[in-house]
Design a protein around this ligand. Structure first.
Ligand code: SF4
Length: 535
């Protein structure tokens, strides 16, 4: 039985989705992995968006959205994924369905759009995404894609991603089903349909180079380009990163790998399991973020192949690179040590690795949440955070805002939809998802992350924000609850502890405030709304 925790003032049905780590080792009785509560204004995106974020980094594919223009505009260039070759994926294509298409059907329009795009771009593959309205009117995507595929002799793959069909996780699965169709069975002699113990033999000198795939790295800001060279130095070939900087051809070779490294477990474990079953390729769950997790990844990979030469090379890389970046990490650590971080991620893998990253910077995690975490993910999160940390599933903007204030976070790390929740409360923010422009993975990526955290937390702009104010109704509710708990009719505001959650001294009286170039009152927050969300 999951009990109400009352940590934030929210809908009663949402209470079981918010809990606090109580004592060391205790697992979290947290409700999760459910459909979002109607009216709760979840931060989760739709099925279509989930499919789009996974597939969009396939660089040479045409990504055609069958639906109204809004669905395509909403996800244009969604990943910020870099390409080392063509950039067909950076254009967003839509059939731009209108009322007449909804009434009479959009199949003809779709076929015409595919024909036109193939003639213009000559792509090796076209992904056709279905959206809500297509699910409602029942256009036969499979039949149209089959016809177009036969006509152009390329793969035209329908993605069954009607937005209302489930949540973002269902979109990940739809994307993986599309990737499955691109992966070709290896030719004789290249097949890796071997047991894991047989794979260990291939790393021995004189046999052949071990080969891996990276699953769940989207090359945001060029992350993969900091990772691939590490494996190359270890004598390991990376066949493809799915899907960052991938092409239809590189994906088609994925089944030649000896091992899959799964970073974004939420989106790619399904594909990894399928490849294990279909081609006998085992997988390891890893992370390329932070010194500890990156070291673990290189060591686990070397250990898997069992070659002393590879293990030695991994240790050399770790020693050289760690020594190179540690002076800068130590410098930043001194500036952010003891600060409090809030993490809100789409998937649990990033949330978990961030806990270690913050620990390496001497920071404490006070809030951690995800949009799509499962019971076992939250148990792992619970074991990894300190007592008192709030753990939340599928949060909405008002809950996040209240938590940020109550937990006195100094920094929020999340995605674009959460940015303004933090800014409006005068709290530093770091984008870990699609909109960042510097790499966060690998050794240099961790230095970039540390510098960004430092720059955001220690920015002089926060001295110009005089108050952290919760929405008035939440503040009122906290006051009433305290009165009720105390059995008092009339409790003075000062006695309710409201000052703890509503107003924080930000050092405005400091002499340096006088030096601020901008009139401080311009930054005073309005009290009518503390947060808003983007589409
Ligand atoms: S919910 Fe439906 S209409 Fe909205 S973006 Fe997703 S697919 Fe498009």
């Amino acid at each position: 039985m999951i009990e109400k925790t009352g940590i934030v003032d929210t809908l009663e049905e949402r209470q079981p989705y918010i809990t606090r780590k109580q004592e060391k080792g205790q697992t979290v009785p947290l409700a999760c992995d459910n459909t979002s509560l109607a009216g709760a204004i979840s931060q989760r995106a739709c099925v279509y968006s989930g499919a789009r974020v996974v597939l969009n980094p396939v660089t040479d594919a045409v990504h055609l959205v069958h639906g109204p223009i809004g669905c395509a505009a909403y996800t244009w260039d969604i990943r910020g994924a870099k390409s080392s070759g063509v950039e067909t994926n950076r254009s967003s294509f839509s059939t731009d369905m209108k009322e007449i298409d909804v009434v009479f059907g959009g199949e003809k329009k779709l076929l015409n759009a595919i024909n036109e795009l193939v003639e213009l771009y000559h792509p090796p593959v076209v992904f056709v995404y279905s959206t809500c309205i297509v699910g409602i009117i029942g256009d036969d995507l499979e039949a149209i894609c089959k016809t177009a595929s036969a006509k152009h002799n390329i793969q035209v793959i329908p993605i069954k991603s009607e937005g209302f069909k489930g949540n973002k996780s269902d979109g990940y699965k739809a994307a993986c089903d599309a990737l499955k169709q691109l992966i070709k069975r290896p030719q004789a002699g290249k097949a890796t349909e071997k047991k894991p113990e047989t794979n260990r033999e291939i790393a021995k000198p004189g046999i052949r180079k071990p080969k891996i795939n990276i699953l769940g790295d989207f090359n945001v800001a060029g992350d993969v380009w900091l990772i691939k060279p590490l494996f190359e130095q270890m004598g390991i070939e990376v066949i493809v990163s799915m899907t960052g900087d991938s092409t239809a051809k590189s994906i088609s070779r994925a089944a030649e790998a000896d091992l899959n490294l799964v970073q974004c477990s939420g989106s790619m474990t399904y594909l990894a399991k399928w490849m294990q079953q279909e081609y006998g390729i085992p997988y390891l769950t890893i992370s390329f973020f932070g010194i500890e997790d990156l070291s673990l990844t290189l060591r686990k990979t070397a250990e898997y192949f069992g070659s002393e030469e590879i293990k030695k090379k991994a240790e050399e890389i770790l020693e050289t690179e760690t020594n190179r970046i540690m002076p800068e990490i130590s410098r930043v650590r001194e500036r952010v040590n003891g600060k409090k971080a809030a993490i809100y991620m789409g998937g649990p893998a990033k949330a978990l690795t961030l806990i270690k990253g913050f620990s390496e910077l001497g920071m404490e995690v006070v809030i951690i949440g995800t949009q799509t975490g499962k019971k076992e993910d939250y148990e792992q999160i619970s074991y990894s955070v300190r007592d008192g940390t709030v753990i939340v599933d599928d949060a909405n903007p008002l809950e996040l805002a209240e938590l940020l204030v109550k937990q006195q976070a100094d920094l929020m790390v999340a995605g674009v939809k959460e940015r303004f929740i933090a800014y409006k409360l005068g709290i530093a923010f770091c984008d870990f998802n699609h909109d960042r422009v510097v790499e966060f993975e690998g050794f240099d990526g961790f230095v970039n992350f540390a510098r960004e955290v430092d720059a955001s937390i220690n920015s002089p702009v926060w001295k110009a924000v005089s108050q952290r104010i919760l929405r008035p109704e939440a503040a009122e509710s906290v006051k009433l609850k305290k009165q009720k708990d105390a059995g008092m009719e009339d409790v003075a505001m000062e006695d309710t502890g409201m000052e703890d959650v509503a107003i924080e001294d930000t050092g405005m009286e400091d002499a340096d405030m006088e030096d601020a170039a901008i009139e401080p009152k311009l930054f005073n927050l309005k009290t009518d709304t503390a947060v808003e969300s983007e589409a």
